[in-house]
Design a protein around this ligand. Structure first.
Ligand code: NDP
Length: 272
């Protein structure tokens, strides 16, 4: 019987997650499939409990909703209040994890960036930002400053994730230098979006965009044009997908390079 996994989100058309997971199933020669389902908030839990599904992933804007539906949340879900990966246990319970946390760790490691002692500016306060804050604080960042359009949402993030090193700011400290600036807003998903934040030369050592696209994202292009080292969200996407596979199929090594190649191909196809 084919094992079925899905991505739940709204919208999901832009997602290349099906391509990554199908590449992994093919490399493993596993009878499994991965589809994308567009669902509204009120249908998230019902979809997670769908009898045909073994598990899946959750993307914007449903990660908090998915966390609330779990009967067995992981430590990362409890710490962030956000879930991007779930699976059904033999007794029917829903287990879930936040693999965005480890996915960001995977991406930063590939960049050779060690968060220990780092000063970080984080743009955004949604589900992805919660995972990023947790990953950075667990990794030993000395300070994470959260800047979000809606201040109340940034305060809610602070209340949920906590920690003395976490501050909500309305504007970055003008004199400060940051080791990392991270875009965890959804700005950049659409070509007509404004930049999430205008950088200036010399104050930011590394810029990471969680958004990904074929070629450079506009914000990565902006950063590089100023001589700032920058990377888009593709490594994180591959990392969180690989960690999701480890949750669903413990003991198997995800074929990371095949997944990355499938992701690049899917992005190129989408751009054409
Ligand atoms: P959410 O919907 O939970 O949060 C969206 C965030 O973007 C909020 O902080 C929101 O601010 C901000 N935002 C949206 N529109 C605007 C705007 N016009 N101006 C300023 N800020 C805006 O989404 P997620 O946190 O789940 O995802 C955020 C991004 O991260 C998405 O692009 C997603 O694709 C990407 N992502 C990438 C991953 C990867 O593996 N590379 C993994 C997870 C996410 P406000 O609170 O004011 O509404």
């Amino acid at each position: 019987m084919t094992l079925r996994y899905v991505l739940l989100g709204d919208p999901v058309d832009h997602s290349i997650s099906p391509a990554l997971h199908r590449a992994a199933f093919e490399a493993w020669e596993l009878d499994a499939d991965y589809a994308a389902w567009s669902v509204v908030s009120d249908e998230v839990e019902k979809a997670m409990r769908h009898p045909d599904l073994a598990g899946g992933n959750v993307t914007l804007p449903h990660k908090l909703r998915a966390a609330a539906a779990l009967t067995r949340p992981s430590g990362a879900v409890r710490a962030t209040g956000a879930c991007n990966c779930w699976w059904r246990l033999a007794d029917g319970d829903l287990a879930g994890d936040n693999t965005d946390v480890g996915g960001l760790g995977f991406a930063l490691e590939r960049l050779g960036f060690d968060p220990r002692g780092a000063r970080v500016l984080l743009l955004g306060a949604g589900g992805a930002a919660r995972g990023a804050v947790h990953a950075l604080l667990e990794g030993g960042a000395s300070s994470v400053e959260v800047l979000n359009r809606t201040a109340a949402r940034a305060q809610a993030l602070r209340a949920a994730v906590g920690g003395e090193a976490l501050r909500v700011v309305e504007t970055p400290d003008p004199g400060a230098a940051y080791d990392l600036v991270l875009n965890a807003t959804s700005l950049g998903l659409s070509a007509s979006d404004p930049l999430p934040f205008a950088l200036d030369r010399g104050r930011f050592a590394l810029a990471c965009d969680l958004v990904y696209s074929a070629g450079e994202t506009p914000w990565v292009h902006h950063a590089r044009s100023l001589g700032i080292r920058a990377r888009d969200g593709l490594d994180m996407l591959v990392g969180q997908a690989a960690l999701s596979l480890k949750c669903w199929f413990p003991g198997r090594a995800p074929p990371v390079e095949a997944m990355r190649a499938a992701a690049v191909e899917a992005l190129d196809t989408r751009a054409r």
